[in-house]
Design a protein around this ligand. Sequence first.
Ligand code: F6R
Length: 609
Amino acid sequence: MCGIVGYVGDKDCASLLVEGLRKLEYRGYDSAGLAVETSAGKVGVVRAVGKLANLDAALAKTPLSGKTGIGHTRWATHGRPSEANAHPHVAGNVAVVHNGIIENHVELRRGLEAAGVKFTSDTDTEIVAHLVHEEMGKKQGDFASSVRRALARLRGAYAIAIVCGDVPETILVAKNASPLVIGIGDGEMMAASDIPALLAHTRDVIFLEDGEMAVLEKKSATLSTLDGKPITRAPKRIDWSPAQAEKGGFKHFMLKEIFEQPRAIEDTLRGRIDVTAGEIVEEEIGVTATLAKKIARVYFVACGTSSHAAIAGRYWVEQLARIPATVEIGSEVRTREPVFGPGDLVVAVSQSGETADTLAAVRTAKAMGAHILAVANVLDSAIPRASDGALYTHAGPEIGVASTKCFTAQLAALLMLAVHLGRARGALSKEEARRILDALLAVPHAMRDALEEAEHVKNLARKYARARDMLFLGRGTGFPIALEGALKLKEISYIHAEGYAAGEMKHGPIALIDEEMPVVVVAPRDAHYEKTMSNLHEVRAREAQVIAVVSEGDKDVVGVDAIRVPVVEPEVLPLVTVIPLQLLSYFIADIKGTDVDQPRNLAKTVTVE
Ligand code: F6R
């Protein structure tokens, strides 16, 4: 998830582009850059690692003056954050900025290298610049048709803006599965990943759809499909306030991020699954098949929400790869005298990649000879750097302190890991792997269905917002979801909440249950359904009010406040059942008026012990 801006008009555009990027910094902030047409036929580029202040400083040293330009703020996915990997990427006098992931980048890069192209970065984006440059060199048709031919060779997700020195005062933008919006000004056109970057200049916008492109000139935006059919689309007027616009029209970042989950999962799965073969693309997963065969134990380390994803990861690794697995919270690893050794695969799960306790556990395990795999959302952060391999989630930056989309992206990554280990060790048949991978690819759709229950969940939140305590119960992979539901609620609404394995209830927590203690039961139709139902009835018998997360079509659950989730394969249930619990916490917190995005006493990245 990166931020793109573009401008063509009569104003000197460098500072205007940087201001636009500033409004998109929430989309990425590890490096940034501009490409501006500085004179006829010439495109100047300035880039800098780190936040936009560094780009400001670089532009103060090397000013770019011109009236057509593009800019980018990056959230690294391929290639560590560095100046060389910062956008724009250049080939000849073509400059490109890109948001998304090119799936077939390895084969395209090999092809271009074989033809003599020298790459200056590790990014997938540079390939696009070379392809467009190559097509422009053929001089067949105009700028748009050259770009069309280049894009036809790409698979994956992109929003792209391109300038070319040979075609002055023109920006070409194109979109497939990543957002791009055009701002229609008076004698000027802009483009951006998101509306906030445009609002200082115009409120009239055209949303580009997947498979479309546009040629932007000062006084025109000419839209067409990627196969060349002209499109006519009237602009829409946006009346959001700047604060609303930053959050995509949502009241809080957390709610926006809850709704971004289908996209976060699509991006995390993109280019990593070969359903026909029933396999995961090995280069993407951070563990080779050779190594997978040697693993004697998988040891997950993580903190907080990430430790809940790790519990689901443990269950999947045991079930699908038949490897003994365990989970431990990072702070306890550094407190004990743990025993690690060769044969251990330590999977460190951390969205920030910087959590001090998890990092310390990684260092301890590594020093004892374990092989370390980081599952992280921030490229090249401390934990991946200290590890032997990395499996990145591609959820994009998460602003809300309470993690939502990073959690489900971790679940998707860990399920892929378990399938990969199972296939490599012969524990999982091709047919079973295909069933699970098909189910995983269908998760974004199921999540969209689950999100449609938001209004119903909001009504339930009104009923339960005054609770003092709440209990969350679940079995199997429903157990980590119960833990996560309870953690979300306490973090943002400050209501005391506990998550328990449903089978553990009778060993203590049942003593707490009365009409004052609402109980949330994660009870989808899975192998544990009947047992979970028994627990639900035990709770009901003690007068507690029950909220039950149940499968669509389940008519057996009566006398409870049911929230329905779509029917999915059991392995992917946690990715779907967590959604109503995130929404419930969010709406309760909002009703209580707490600071949802920055709850008291909490920090997004915990770099202290
Ligand atoms: C809760 C939350 C925290 C983090 C924990 C570990 O919503 O976000 O519990 O999960 O602090 O952080 P990471 O995943 O960055 O290691």
